[in-house]
Design a protein around this ligand. Sequence first.
Ligand code: GLN
Length: 453
Amino acid sequence: TDAYIAAMEKARVLNAYVAETPDKACDMAKASDARIAAGKAGALEGLPLGIKDLYATKGVHTQACSHILDGFKPTYESTVSANLWADGAVMLGKLNMDEFAMGSSNETSHYGAVINPWRRNGSDVNLVPGGSSGGSAAAVAARLCLGATATDTGGSIRQPAAFTGTTGIKPTYGRCSRWGLVAFASSLDQAGPIARDVRDAAILLKSMASVDLKDTTSVDMPVPDYEAAIGKSVKGLRIGIPKEYRLDGMPAEIDALWQKGIDILREAGAEIVNISLPHTKYALPAYYIVAPAEASSNLARYDGVRYGLRVPGSDIVDMYENTRAAGFGAEVKRRILIGTYVLSAGYYDAYYLRAQKVRTLIKRDFETVYAEGVDAILTPATPSAAFGIGEKADADPVEMYLNDVFTVTVNMAGLPGLAVPAGLSAEGLPLGLQLIGRPFDEETLFTLGAAIE
Ligand code: GLN
């Protein structure tokens, strides 16, 4: 813990943490020492972790990196972080993220961009770590924590993991409790870890996952010993390669990375099968209707009365307007506007209802291939390596949304998805592959991920 606290102080330039909690960390570490001495060590005893700012942490800075939650310190702990502490883990602090988890580059944070510890060969241009869990990914990559919590609504665990050479898993919807996570899009949000390798991700997920009476969408299923899945043979596993993920204009090195993953799994004894997920092309537009719709509803609670920031006004409505105008950043406002529009009378049928129908079709695409005996699906995690800070943020927002083209389908279908580092780009940047599994079969993803890493 001392070593990580010292590393965090030295690496503040990366802006990975928005709150450091060294005193709390030392207290927790001392309590860990005592439990170890008493022979009562938990599964994560003494392991120092960073927590994404989206997780409610009792008495500690929890703002989803938004100005509107200024000063908010919850009186309760999220179930997932409580599970980690119950197993003996130590909290180092809260990690930077896109405001309310809306973004793919960590540039929408009220606390500013996070710098990816990786750079292009011979370049001093600062790159994004991906988003929205950019602080989590950068902190793990720069060794500013042993592992981190993250969340994934449309790719926010897998894309930053891919951009930083770390491993991240979005578990099946319902595997982890959402209680105490600041809500973005409730039917898509899932908690999960970003870790240094597949084994660490497996160990962390085992501790994070649980059914929870405080989240009725969490699922009562035994949580397997994920670590035991590592090192198992992949022989005979059927791996689907979806042709729709081979995008026009995809960089050759992404294609080559995908082929490398295919070759590794084939040589290890897996059976490679070509599959079709015909509704893939509709996933991104449908996601950018469903997610903002749910966000516009979830974010209605920030009214200047209940939490954080309050900007006075001549009457209460004026106060609401002033608070929301000052408290939300541009991307969050864009989502609220889109969401309110697609849910409004007259447009609901044309947009929201149709997006929900598309969502069902996407889910059925996966059900069909799994029913045909496919065990997991292999795709690239992202369409490119990490890009420069400011490079896409200043462009058309749709340009940024295109980052999520390989990841959003998984959230729409509620499936588990693992991002695992698989090589470097020509410029020396990490590139990741994505493994998509059957519902609640995270184990197969850990087995396959370990064979690739
Ligand atoms: N980049 C996507 C978005 O902005 C996904 C974010 C996430 O998974 N939290 O909505």
